[in-house]
Design a protein around this ligand. Structure first.
Ligand SMILES: [Zn+2]
Ligand SMILES: [Zn+2]
Length: 264
C-alpha cells in the first residue's frame, strides 16, 4: 500500500484521462492520494473532485495559497480555510511557503502571506504542506520562530514537501516536527546528495509524493508525471535506505497517516 501525499490531480494536464490515471494509481498500489490546490479560485473544483465517486485511491485534498499567488488576499484565504477545515475531504492546508527561485511575488509579501496561513492552519488544526524552493534558510527560520513554545498534538506539524535540502536542513525540519516529502528526484542517478540527506533523516520522517504532473521519475523524464509513479519513487527510496520496498511502503504509509489523520 502506498500514499501519494502530493498530487496536483486537479491540474488541466489530467482533464482528458483522470479516471484512467486513478485506475493506474490503484493498480500500482496507491491507496490514498492528496490533491493539492494552489489557489482559492481552485478550491471548490478540487473539493468537487474529491467527492466525485470514482474507483481507485481515496482522494482527499489540501487547500493552499502557493507562493506564486502570495500577492492574493491572504486574510480572505485564511478565513475561507477556517470555514472549510471541518469538511471530511480537507486533510491539509497548503501548499504554502516560500519560493525564491522564479517567483515574481516579493519575498516579504510571501512571508506575510505564509505567516497568516500558518496561523489559520493552526487554528483549524490542519497539518501543513510547505513548499520551499531555494529558500530553506528563510523557511526554517520562519517556521522555527512561528512554532517556538507551541505544543503539537500529533507527530508532525506538516511536511516540507518535495524536500531538496541537505542533511542539515533535513535535521532542522525533523527536529521542528516536519516530515519530509520524497519525490521523483530521488530516482535520478546523479542525485546522491539528496539520497544522503534522506538517509540522514531516516525512514521515520519520510512520506512519498509525486507532485504530478511535474517532476517525473527517471523512467518517464520529460513526460507527464502521475500518481502511479510513487511505486518507482518508493523503490528508489527503499534501495537508498537499504530496506525492502514492502518495508518502505509500510513505514511511509504509516507516516502519511499520522501526518494526515483524515486518511484514517
Ligand atoms: Zn510545491
Ligand atoms: Zn505541488
Amino acid at each position: 500500500m502506498l500514499f501519494d501525499t502530493h498530487a496536483h490531480l486537479n491540474d488541466p494536464a489530467f482533464d482528458g484521462d483522470r479516471p484512467a490515471v486513478l485506475t493506474r494509481a490503484a493498480e500500482a498500489g496507491v491507496a490514498g492520494l492528496l490533491d493539492v490546490a494552489d489557489a482559492p479560485a481552485d478550491w471548490e473544483r478540487v473539493l468537487k473532485g474529491c467527492r466525485a465517486a470514482s474507483p481507485g485511491p481515496r482522494v482527499l485534498c489540501a487547500l493552499g495559497l502557493h507562493p506564486y499567488y502570495a500577492d492574493q488576499d491572504a486574510e480572505a484565504a485564511a478565513q475561507a480555510l477556517l470555514a472549510k477545515a471541518g469538511l471530511p475531504e480537507v486533510a491539509a492546508a497548503g501548499e504554502v511557503g516560500l519560493d525564491f527561485a522564479k517567483c515574481a511575488v516579493p519575498r516579504e509579501t510571501q512571508k506575510r502571506s505564509l505567516l497568516r496561513l500558518l496561523e489559520a492552519a493552526l487554528a483549524a488544526r490542519l497539518p501543513l504542506i510547505i513548499h520551499s524552493r531555494d529558500a530553506y534558510p528563510d523557511t526554517l527560520d520562519l517556521l522555527e520562530g512561528f512554532y517556538r513554545g507551541r505544543r503539537r498534538e500529533g507527530r508532525f506539524w506538516g511536511v516540507l514537501h518535495c524536500f531538496s535540502g541537505g542533511a542539515a536542513e533535513a535535521g532542522r525540519g525533523a527536529a521542528l516536527g516536519f516530515a519530509l516529502g520524497v519525490d521523483g528526484p530521488v530516482t535520478y542517478p546523479k542525485n546522491e546528495p539528496l539520497r544522503e540527506a534522506l538517509r540522514a533523516a531516516g525512514l521515520d520522517v519520510l512520506v512519498l509524493e509525486t507532485d504530478c504532473p511535474y517532476l517525473p521519475p527517471q523512467s518517464s523524464r520529460g513526460k507527464r508525471n502521475e500518481p502511479s509513479a510513487v511505486k518507482e519513487i518508493n523503490e528508489a527510496l527503499a534501495s537508498a535506505l537499504g530496506v525492502s520496498a514492502e518495508e518502505c511502503a509500510r513505514r511511509t504509509s504509516l507516516n502519511a497517516r499520522s501526518l494526515f489523520p483524515k486518511f484514517g
